[in-house]
Design a protein around this ligand. Structure first.
Ligand SMILES: [Zn+2]
Length: 120
């Protein structure tokens, strides 16, 4: 049995959009190298989507380890050109993954920290 508690429906028109742990998701297929990636289906809206959708790894051409290497360098403050040299990828690739990771982080921040502490 797959643990899908970290996942939620990503369909903007679904009533369960963004709600985790409802039990509305099922694994309908496995795909990718060694069938290591899961295709998820929402019982509420019937939408199907990759478990990677909405993350920097969705539709990635680089292996996941290489993406992690690139983003680890960027997270440590290493510049784009230095990161490209150290990881062996093109500077445009560094920029693309940095933007994807930034968008993903902003969405998670808005989900997890939606309100500022109120003054007393
Ligand atoms: Zn849904």
């Amino acid at each position: 049995m797959d643990d899908l508690s970290r996942f939620c429906c990503l369909n903007p028109s679904c009533s369960d959009l963004g709600k985790r742990g409802l039990g509305n998701l099922t694994v309908t297929a496995r795909y990718g190298p060694g069938k290591s990636r899961r295709m998820l289906r929402c019982r509420t809206c019937k939408a199907r989507f990759s478990e990677r959708k909405g993350t920097p790894l969705f539709d990635a051409r680089l292996p996941p380890g290489k993406v992690n290497d690139v983003l680890a360098h960027v997270a440590e403050g290493v510049g784009t050109r230095k990161t490209a040299r150290l990881t062996g990828v093109h500077t445009d690739t560094v920029t693309r993954y940095t933007r994807l990771a930034g968008d993903h982080a902003a969405e998670r921040h808005d989900e997890l920290v939606p309100f500022s502490p109120q003054d007393r």
